[in-house]
Design a protein around this ligand. Sequence first.
Ligand code: FES
Length: 307
Amino acid sequence: MSVFQLTVRSVVREAEGVLGLLLADPAGADLPPWEPGAHLEVTLPSGAVRHYSLCGDPGDRGAYRLGVLREPAGRGGSEEVHASVGPGTVLGVRGPFNRFPLVPAERYLFVAGGIGITPLLPMVRSLPPGSWSLLYGGRSLASMAYREELAGLPGVTLVPQDTEGLLDLDAALGGLPPSTAVYCCGPEGLLRAVEERWEGPLHTERFGAAGSDGSEGSEGGFEVELRRSGRTVRVEPGRSLLDAVREVVPGVAYSCEEGWCGTCETKVLAGAPEHHDSVLGEEEKAAGASMMICVGRSRGPRLVLDL
Ligand code: FES
């Protein structure tokens, strides 16, 4: 799928630390259709590539709406959006892609943590009232984007952590009929907590995968030695490992660039990979013998790959 250019039509403050962007075709043409759960791959003016969920109305072909959380400890993409993207900024876009589709079910429970609300918002809007409920946790009420829009919908429970503590997942998941489709998007800890408690159909979208801004570690960049090529390259913050590798090995195999297809799996000869993919299981990740270089990074200052 090729990259096309969209112009930022407007920027609004959706909540504390969250900007809402409307992107439109510069000539006003209709945008490619999408379904709830879809996301865009966005190339920022610096060249950094990030993935953002679409959170507007799929029926509006005139604009895409994104919500971007400012993450000072992230890899720089969200800081760039907050500091220098404004009306008129031109962004490169690929997509929409959907690896978090809404499957038919009789009943749904949506669990959102923080900015994880973005893909879930169009989902709940598309479903008949009474067929779903949404549990939405955030740091504080002021930090919770789209809370006014959600307030008008039945079945929404907002849980600001500063006044009400963490989401009560035991209560929320405990009495559900096993056929309920549970959708969860948010930080890793929340997803793990839901996975531990729910054995029925579970659909998750992780931050930190797909080059989003939730990554931790290696923020100052790291070095990667490509043993077979005899070259070492530096991976700066905001740049993907795959990108750096392609400089030396232009023909390296990759496809989705989102950590789910497995094409770019590479043997790790030394160092500790930081995994952000959804291909490897927990044990494989812990073993660290291979990694998806499209989304993976390094926990330490140096990584050695069999390339
Ligand atoms: Fe698909 Fe890396 S290119 S997992």
